[in-house]
Design a protein around this ligand. Structure first.
Ligand code: FEC
Length: 305
């Protein structure tokens, strides 16, 4: 039986506070952060306990997906993990596949919605690494409407609503990482795809109150997609809402942007505004999510022939 490779790609996170500067520099494509920017990022990592659980969770996700894929028995799969901003890099994973004689691989980013500025840049790195000597890559652009992924989101929103005193009156806010607003002029599908998955979840649950917002915008001069989650909280408090559910549908793991930006920063703002904020549980390596990702890979395998 030949083995089909899976190049699973994720953001990556520093292993310790000592690595934060190099990480931040990599995110900024080689521009070092100023001392104040670095201190602010270190402060945020310290606030969530010093390191982010993202690395460990990504590794668990990769193992669990490989296990589910191989339990089906028809094809042998081998999952290789490649990170965008830390080791093992995407190019390392591609080199490992080549070394192991993998000729074909499905390339999948652990981010459901496509933007040229996010998923597109992972694919660029993967294609570049595979250009000379393979393997042949089949890149999955988006998987935000994968039925089991939508089920997993819907069940988490439902669970969060159950923690509200008046679930029918609570506002559900679907969020994702903001990007520079110039993606709107590039015909990028990111914004539409976030609406599509949020609408699908709202329809599944028959939600009366839901909205969309952005979080974790970069600290750069150019305009970013808005409104930001913090602004939305202010508007909702003014409109008389008392409870909100934040479903960070663009992320699939607990990490800095969830544990700090929502659990610390947004919760504190909500409290000041007299709002109760309940965040939906992240996917991590929960079996329903792992199954959804395996479905995405199986589908890509069929499409690749
Ligand atoms: O837990 C962790 O340690 C890592 C959490 C983390 C995830 C993540 C996901 C996304 N990002 C996306 C876009 C951008 C753009 C910039 C940017 C900057 C940062 C910084 C940190 C950071 N991101 Fe990130 N992102 C995570 C962490 N991100 C830290 C730098 C400090 C800051 O701005 O807070 C701006 C780059 C620039 O300055 O030029 C753009 C997108 C995602 C979701 C898709 C994905 O996972 O790839 C999009 C997780």
């Amino acid at each position: 039986m030949t083995t089909l490779g899976v190049l699973m790609m994720a953001y990556g996170t520093p292993r310790s506070l000592d690595e934060v500067e190099a990480y931040y520099t990599d995110i900024r494509r080689g521009r070092k952060p100023s001392p104040a920017e670095l201190a602010d990022l270190v402060r945020r990592y310290e606030a969530i306990g010093g390191v982010s659980p993202l690395r460990e969770i990504t590794e668990r996700q990769a193992k669990a997906v490989e296990h589910v894929l191989n339990a089906q028995g028809e094809t042998a799969f081998r999952v290789y993990l490649g990170m965008k901003h830390t080791e093992p890099r995407i190019a390392d994973a591609v080199a490992d596949m080549r070394r192991d004689g993998i000729e074909r691989a499905i390339a999948l980013v652990l981010a459901p919605h496509y933007s040229a500025m996010s998923v597109g840049t992972y694919h660029e790195q993967a294609r570049e690494a595979a250009r000379d000597g393979g393997p042949k890559l089949y890149c999955v652009n988006q998987w935000h409407l994968e039925p089991r992924f939508l089920d997993a989101l819907a069940s988490r929103v439902e669970e969060a609503l159950r923690l509200c005193k008046s679930p029918e009156q609570a506002m559900v806010i679907f969020t994702a990482h903001s990007l520079p607003a110039r993606i709107l002029d590039m015909g990028d599908p990111y914004v539409d795809q976030l609406r599509e998955s949020g609408e699908a979840v709202a329809k599944r649950l028959g939600l009366a109150h839901y909205t969309f917002g952005w979080q974790s915008a970069g600290r750069t001069q150019e305009p970013w997609l808005g409104p930001d989650l913090l602004e939305i909280l202010e508007s909702l408090a003014k409109e008389g809402y008392r409870e909100v559910v934040v479903c960070s549908q663009g992320f699939v793991a607990d990490h800095l942007e969830v544990l700090y930006d929502i659990d610390i920063e947004a919760k504190q703002r909500a409290e000041e505004l007299g709002l109760k904020l309940v965040r939906t549980r992240q996917m991590n390596d929960d079996p329903d999510f792992v199954r959804a990702v395996a479905d995405v890979i199986e589908r890509a395998k069929r499409d690749a022939g």
